[in-house]
Design a protein around this ligand. Sequence first.
Ligand code: NAD
Length: 496
Amino acid sequence: MADLPHVSNWVNGAYTSPTTERIPVINPANEAPIATIDATPRETVDNIISDSLLTFRDGPWSQADASDRFAVLSKAAVLLRSRIPEFVELETRQTGRPVREMRAQLARVPEWLEYFASLARVHEGRVTPFKGPVVNTLTRLPLGVVAQITPYNHPLLIATKKIGAALAAGNVVIVKPSELAPLSVLRLGPLFKEAGLPDGVLQIICGYGRETGKFLCENSHLAKIDLTGGLATYKAIAPSAAENMIPITAELGGKAPVCLFPSLDVEQAVKAALFASFIASGQTCVTGSRLLVHADIYDRFVNLLERRVKALRLGDPTNDRTQIGAVISKAAVERCSAFVARAVKEGGRIICGGNPTNLDGKGFFFEPTIIETHPDSDLSCNEVFGPVIALLKCESEDHIISIANGTSFALGASVWTNDFNQAHRVAAKMEAGIVWINGHHLNDPSSPWGGFKESGVGKENGQEAYESYTKVKSTVINHGVPPNWFDDEPEKARYG
Ligand code: NAD
């Protein structure tokens, strides 16, 4: 490990000296170590938060003009766009996702900075219709020092979404990226500095979740926690947020249904399923992990789906032709295998895939897998976060709707039909934070993103995300209500 490059935390505008303990970051496609990162201990975390609080109070950013925040975030977007190729290379190496996916995804990431820059510039307060000779203004203030805990599957996209919203609103941000894929996020430090962000306003600290992440969330000086991760992580963090009386945004797991109706051309239905299910080897929170197929097209659909899945090109993520890359770790491969074994035990029929695989004996890969099963099975109800997909034959529109709404998750759902009325009817009944009609995975900085039920609380993206990084201050300006309540014989006394 000694000769590996080490990337330290980014704190107060510079990379710090390395911590004693270091964590290796592994390329999941060939198991080669890429670099080491810090394992930040509690004392260091606490010191960084204290520094961050001073920076917030000093106000180089929290009290900056909205037009200055606009300028810095816009410049950061320009810089990021000019460096996309190097971020693509790094993101591919640390996640094992195919380079064609990373090119498409990262090309759009600067839009998040542009969007939140614009919001900072144009967002306006309000004047309420307060009764009487009183003017009541509502202004939005930044919260303070906010913690952002991010996952490994879309490292740069998710961190940028959160950083953009929080910085636009004037907060000091401490990001803890996933220890499995932190390297692209660590590169944002110097990029924001170059864009003109004052030192200490964006801090990026690394470590294991159960240590560094926990230390961060437990600190009583935080003003908000924003997590994207699993339900267990939310449950570990939420008590600290409650104890410190701070808000929490949680973007958690999903079990997105892909509802396929008979008016669809079967070829289109299969293309929809492939796209929904196998991007990022199924490692997205909105992976179309349940294919709910109407009986009228089921047999033809399954036939073609099997052929198309078997033809997917799994391989070296750096190869332009590769369509399916690695999963993140050995543990992820084992989780996929365990899901397959349980599905078979519960009577599931493997249509294709079902096995771990590798490239010349190396790498964490799992075959794209489709298993015909029933709605109550473990595979139909629980998140795999890998390329193991439940296939369910449904008898009617109502049957599809009831299965779609039948899990504890409610993040994304897609409805595929050429029947206009059916599209609206079904979409209206979907219990999900995001419903796509004839689409899946579609995302935009302006479009609120977040789930219902056990998929989370709060939203990323949109004005909702920006506002969630602010607190509303109500200023009540009296220009005519006399303070006469305790006069001997007050006229038209008013106290409220
Ligand atoms: P994870 O919960 O294991 O880790 C997420 C982050 O939390 C990491 O940075 C980790 O170090 C940290 N963490 C772990 N335990 C912690 C603790 N006790 N205290 C503080 N921090 C802790 O999730 P993951 O495996 O990286 O990502 C997969 C999960 O994320 C899936 O459930 C997926 O659905 C979800 N996800 C949701 C969205 C969304 O937008 N809703 C997007 C992407 C991923």
